[in-house]
Design a protein around this ligand. Structure first.
Ligand code: BGC
Length: 774
């Protein structure tokens, strides 16, 4: 399938499936002309408003009168009162999420049989549907929801790229822009962030998540939720839980996780996102420990809803209730529905089973009405918290959308996020930056000329024409420095043929330096894009070999949505940037880094493996009893490959160098309730100003269970002039050092802990403290 962009349509929902007129978006670019231009949006809005007026819908009665800030107890009383007035059909309606262009059923909305509408991309249509809902018998407004995985109109780097910033502040700022634009379009809830930790880059969805580390994932989850909220929309944490561990990286497959692994690695990002205020949780498609999550009462009802006291909405994933049948845990639609609703799925996304099956199940006494009421109360509660019952609430104004989105400030945030996400993997002989560039520069690679590969998967409502093209940026800015830029694609972006290689080679020979823009096209990343080979796709490696053979220095820019096996590629490159699909402003950001206007500070959020056979791989896997040692034939090793990754988690070079010294702890002995302060001096030891992402790692050398050789516990961004040194500090709550034992108990064990501060997960551990019981 490599090389073929996917057909447009429902099966490829990470690209917009339909234009407003219902025609397929088509083409290989993720986002097409997503919003009607300003004028036609305005006309559409006016037409809808006129229609609503004619229908008598313009001054909707509120179902409830709950101004924002109404105390929780008053909300609960109002919900109970509303529930008492609802028919069963209306109640089940609140448990339905529908959407997707042509399939949309206006009569169901007008009849109060829909609670949440997903992915209506025309703001004027949202106005129309909301007017219909508000004119329904009980006037319960709709929630509008949508995937805005890395932005709405202005795309940020893909989530794995945001994770690569190792910078919580920019993660939050990026989410805020996504929230602002989504809210301006009329959305209330975004179907993200995806907080599935994953150590398996074969799984295409790693692009949508925070990478391999639990601290990074927790931080990413909390900051994403906060940013979305600040922008004006609520967040959905997905996919609860274990989806990132699907076997062999195959999408929608099963995962098998021990209780401690689940508790220590996979659950904490969800917990952090809930603590930050997420209103919805999406159940994973996948099976966990033998039970599909959609039917997993222990996970949804017991853990999430009861133990964690989550009182928002639990939504199924797309069509996942139907999928209980092919999973083999339900023989009929009725049984699938019964299992899902009793497990704790409040809202059915897209299967239609709740509408069709719940009335009969309730009538037969197989689903208690109390369970229906509880699910509906959750939906109404979230609607109240979103202010949908606030009489003073104004719905989004479609006419304002054009001006409230893609503003210079929002585009600046996208550019800054993209800059910070770029990882410098190699820089022999300081080939980069190109601030005094060679006279003739050959740019090779189709992706350099394609906005789609900057934008990445899940393009939401981004516009091609608002996305600068890398080749244009290079021509303009290198041209201004006196260089001449030539171009040859070499092949299409997945490099399915070598027909263009001779031309690419000739172009390279005629230049003094080559910038090769290769890597994964956007459509080989995200949902249902698992790969078994993780090198450069198609014939790209052969193209790179030919470029190297010209003898010209090669700067490799790899676009990617996952951690790839880069050994062969790096062997051919003199300098290399690793760029997770960087979004709308990706092209200017890449050039900022190539020219040295930005000194790169991105870090690998997933280890780069040497070979697919090492996967799953992560920096914090438990030690063995026989650590690898050269020459030891009975040590833990591969006979055909090293055990270490090619490049570790947290790795990323700069155009300068940094030293981390004098790591100190605030107290040699601490108690379980303390927060310990760890300090270090970071010094810029090179000749350029630069930004270091200092990372705090902690090791628990001896415990009741085997503990990782180190684990990330803090991040600090520090900007330093050449020669400058600064003292940085991390505050580590000692409680963060707890873990779950074999029986699933959370324990905080006394003993010695070692700490290290440095620029990657391979830092030496140079200080220590002891945890003692009081
Ligand atoms: C994905 C979800 C997404 C949903 C709605 C599903 O296929 O797994 O992440 O939110 O579609 O688009």
């Amino acid at each position: 399938m490599i090389g073929e962009p996917p057909p447009a349509g429902k099966k490829n929902r990470h690209a917009p499936p339909l234009r407003f007129d219902g025609s397929p978006a088509g083409g290989k670019c993720p986002p097409t002309r997503p919003l009607a231009d300003g004028l036609s949006a305005l006309l559409h809005a006016l037409r809808s408003a006129a229609l609503a007026l004619a229908l008598g819908l313009a001054a909707p009665a509120a179902a409830l009168d709950l101004p924002r800030g109404t105390p929780a107890a008053a909300i609960e009383t109002a919900i109970a009162d509303l529930l008492a007035r609802m028919t069963l059909e209306e109640k089940i309606g609140q448990m339905v999420m529908t959407g997707w262009g042509a399939e949309f059923d206006e009569a169901a909305v007008a009849g109060g049989r829909v609670g949440i509408v997903s992915s209506v991309d025309d703001p004027a249509l949202m106005v129309r549907y909301q007017a219909l809902a508000r004119a329904s018998r009980l006037a319960i407004p709709l929630i509008f929801a949508r995937d805005a995985i890395h932005g709405y109109r202005t795309l940020m780097p893909v989530p794995l790229g945001l994770a690569a910033t190792f910078d919580p502040a920019i993660v939050e700022a990026a989410a805020r822009v996504a929230g602002e634009e989504s809210a301006a379009a009329g959305l209330h809830i975004v179907l993200g962030p995806m907080v599935d930790l994953s150590r398996d880059p074969r799984w295409g969805r790693v692009v949508e998540g925070p990478g391999e580390d639990v601290f990074l994932a927790r931080t990413f989850a909390a900051r994403s939720v906060k940013g979305l909220k600040a922008g004006g929309v609520a967040a959905t944490l997905k996919h609860f839980v274990g989806y990132g561990a699907v076997r062999a990286g195959r999408d929608y497959a099963e995962a098998d996780l021990s209780a401690p692994t689940l508790a220590d690695l996979y659950l904490p990002p969800f917990r952090a996102g809930l603590d930050a205020g997420a209103e919805m949780v999406m159940a994973a498609f996948s099976v966990l420990n033998g039970v599909p999550v959609t039917a997993n009462r222990r996970l949804l009802d017991d853990l999430l809803r009861r133990d964690w006291r989550f009182d928002g909405i639990v939504v199924s994933d797309w069509d996942a209730i139907r999928e209980l049948m092919p999973h083999g845990v339900a023989a009929t639609r009725t049984e699938a529905t019964e299992k899902a609703v009793l497990a704790g799925i409040d809202v059915d996304m897209a299967s239609g089973f709740y509408t069709a099956e719940l009335p009969g199940l309730v009538a037969a006494g197989r689903v208690p009405i109390a369970r229906i009421d509880e699910a509906v109360a959750r939906v109404l509660r979230v609607k109240a918290r979103l202010g949908l019952f606030d009489p003073a609430r104004r719905d989004a104004d479609p006419a304002a959308y054009e001006h409230a989105t893609a503003t210079p400030a929002q585009r600046d945030t996208a550019r800054e996020a993209a800059r910070r996400s770029i990882v410098l993997l190699k820089n022999d002989r300081d080939l980069l930056p190109l601030d005094r560039p060679a006279k003739r520069i050959a740019v090779i690679g189709a992706a350099a000329a394609d906005a789609g590969d900057m934008m990445g998967a899940w393009g939401a409502m981004a516009r091609r024409e608002e996305t600068p093209i890398l080749l244009d940026e290079l021509k303009r800015r290198l041209g201004a420095l006196g260089a001449e830029v030539s171009f040859a694609a070499g092949c299409d972006d997945a490099c399915t043929t070598s027909d263009g290689f001779a031309e690419a080679e000739a172009t390279a020979r005629a230049a003094d330096l080559v910038v090769a823009v290769l890597g994964e096209p956007w459509y080989l990343t995200a949902e249902s894009t698992s790969r078994t080979r993780l090198g450069l796709p198609g014939h790209q490696q052969a193209l790179l070999d030919r470029l190297k053979a010209t003898g010209r220095p090669v700067v490799l820019v790899t676009l990617a949505g996952r951690a790839m096996t880069m050994a062969d590629a790096l062997a051919r490159a003199d300098a290399a940037l690793y760029v997770f699909s960087p979004g709308t402003m990706g092209a200017p950001a890449i050039v900022d880094v190539l020219l040295g206007e930005t000194n790169p500070s991105g870090r690998l959020p997933m280890s780069l493996p040497r070979a697919v056979g090492q996967i799953p791989i992560a920096y914090d896997v438990l030690p063995t009893g026989r650590p690898f040692s050269p020459g030891d034939t009975l040590a833990s090793r591969y006979v055909d490959e090293a055990v270490t990754p090619l490049l570790p988690f947290g790795f990323g070079l700069s155009y300068t160098t940094f030293a981390h010294t004098d790591v100190t702890v605030s107290a040699p002995i601490v108690g379980p309730a303390d927060t310990i302060r760890i300090e270090a001096t970071v010094t810029n030891t090179g000749r350029r100003a630069g930004r270091e992402i200092a990372q705090l790692y902690v090791r628990d050398p001896v415990a009741a269970v085997s503990r990782p050789p180190r684990r990330l516990h803090g991040l600090a961004r520090v900007d330093l002039a050449p020669g400058e040194g600064k003292r940085i500090a991390f505050d580590l709550p000692v409680a963060d050092l707890a873990f779950h034992d074999f029986d699933g108990r959370r324990v905080l064990e006394p003993g010695r802990f070692e700490v290290g501060v440095g620029g990657s997960s391979e830092v030496p551990l140079t200080a220590a403290f002891e945890l003692r019981r009081p």
